[in-house]
Design a protein around this ligand. Structure first.
Ligand SMILES: Nc1ncnc2c1ncn2[C@@H]1O[C@H](COP(=O)(O)OP(=O)(O)O)[C@@H](O)[C@H]1O
Ligand SMILES: [Mg+2]
Length: 223
């Protein structure tokens, strides 16, 4: 394995029951790369992301994170190192913005309450939501909720972030605030795998763009 290869698919095949989703996916992703996955609904994009952090199992092949098969990494560790952000935020509705962030630091990272609050406030500033720390999710716009969801993922200090249609549920202005934040992650050399229909944005930020064609992952030629 080359040292800068952070995630590797070797001949990965995935079925749901007898239904083939994708076949023989072979892909090496380097640290800091921005990989996008585009294409038709139902083609397998979400499934591919879910296989990376073991929300779904695979039927054949190997997925390796930093050279180690993901099946040999504990779920807690894998999901800290590889964060996933969905279209619909998955925030805890009964917790404030701040508590949505600190809970993971306290329970998963084992930080003290004080340290968790300190780290969370720093990340809230980064996503431009420090003034919303005491609000509940239903008091936020969709774009703000999605930025909280991204903040929560960032707090785990992941090596890779998977974004599954992060702006699909949002209208134009809200989209822009989330795309601006993703753009910041790109500038900071975060390794990203993005599923999105925002073609202009995707063309701008991606190092490589892929789509599924008849269950096979193909790289799209740019330009
Ligand atoms: N949990 C599941 N059980 C069975 N089939 C599924 C499940 N999730 C997705 N599928 C099917 O797998 C295919 C790929 O779905 P998905 O990965 O969600 O596609 P995309 O994200 O590209 O829209 C679709 O045919 C979908 O109906
Ligand atoms: Mg999907």
């Amino acid at each position: 394995m080359k040292k800068d290869c952070i995630l590797e698919f070797e001949n990965v095949t995935k079925y749901y029951g007898s239904e083939l989703v994708f076949n023989n996916v072979d892909l090496k992703i380097k640290k800091g790369e921005v990989i996008s996955l585009v294409g038709k609904s139902g083609s397998g994009k979400s499934t591919l992301l879910k296989c990376i952090n073991r929300l779904e199992g695979i039927n054949a092949g190997k997925i390796k994170f930093k050279g180690m098969e993901i099946s040999e990494i504990s779920l807690v560790e894998l999901r800290q190192k590889i964060g996933i952000v969905f279209q619909d935020y998955n925030l805890f509705e009964h917790l404030t913005v701040l508590d949505n962030l600190t809970i993971g630091l306290i329970k998963i990272k084992g930080y003290s309450k004080k340290e968790s609050v300190h780290k969370s406030l720093n990340v809230l500033k980064k996503v431009d939501l420090a003034d919303k720390m005491d609000k509940y999710p239903d008091e936020l716009s969709g774009g703000q909720k999605q930025r909280v969801a991204i903040a929560r993922t960032l707090l785990m200090e992941p090596d890779i972030i998977l974004l599954d249609e992060p702006t699909s549920a949002l209208d134009k202005e809200m989209k822009d605030s989330v795309l601006a934040l993703i753009n910041e992650l790109v500038d900071e050399d975060m390794t990203l795998i993005v599923v999105s229909h925002e073609d202009e944005f995707i063309n701008k930020v991606s190092d490589r763009i892929f789509s599924f064609n008849k269950h096979t992952l193909l790289e799209k030629k740019n330009g």
